[in-house]
Design a protein around this ligand. Structure first.
Ligand code: PRP
Length: 181
């Protein structure tokens, strides 16, 4: 696919993403060897990461999906996250990894950790393809991270801007939303 004119630069190439996911797959496979594992993918952004990571796991695991939304996302002000769609399965005693495309303010993952902890999983960890620590509003401990990104508006590989650019095979920076550090 040609690079859309709205994309200022390619931040992380398809090849680098592929290599990093192979590494993450190996690490997670080692950490969860002989254990049950459930990957909880947070819609919509994480689906491409989930599908690539899943195929790099050398163990048996299941998947489930959740959808959440934060009010005042544009203004990044309210910090209120609400559930749009819950998991299908019970997670009691299961080893759960939350799969996210990006952790930005950290508010979404913080809500998810609190919400899922109450269901008494065997263990609960977070795996994010992208970490944007410069924009954090709440302290979060990420267990598995693909790449740390600068404070720029990134799209592609599942991440959108107004529903566009999720299908780019790389992570790119959007021109108009380029925030100066
Ligand atoms: C994005 C992303 C995370 C969240 C991270 O989702 O997928 O879930 O924002 O932001 P935070 O750390 O500031 O809470 P978004 O609400 O854009 O929905 P989408 O995945 O459906 O695009």
């Amino acid at each position: 696919m040609d690079k859309p004119k709205e994309i200022e630069e390619i931040l992380i190439t398809e090849k680098r993403i592929e290599r990093r996911i192979i590494e993450l797959g190996k690490t997670i496979s080692k950490d969860y060897k002989s254990k049950n594992l459930l990957l909880v993918s947070i819609l919509k952004g994480s689906i491409i990461f989930l599908s690539d990571l899943l195929r790099n796991l050398n163990l048996s695991c299941d998947i489930d999906f959740m959808s959440v939304s934060s009010y005042g996302k544009q203004a990044e002000s309210s910090g209120i996250v609400r559930m749009i769609m819950d998991l299908k399965e019970d997670i009691y005693d299961k080893n759960v990894i939350i799969i996210e495309d990006i952790v930005d303010t950290g508010l979404t993952v913080s809500y998810l950790m609190k919400n899922l902890s109450l269901r008494k999983p065997g263990s609960l960890k977070i795996c994010a393809l992208l970490d944007k620590p410069s924009n954090r509003k709440i302290k979060i401990n990420l267990d598995y991270v693909g790449f740390t990104v600068p404070n720029k508006f990134v799209v592609g590989y599942g991440l959108d801007y107004n529903g566009k650019f999720r299908n780019l095979p790389y992570v790119g920076v959007l021109k108009i939303y380029n925030v100066k550090n």
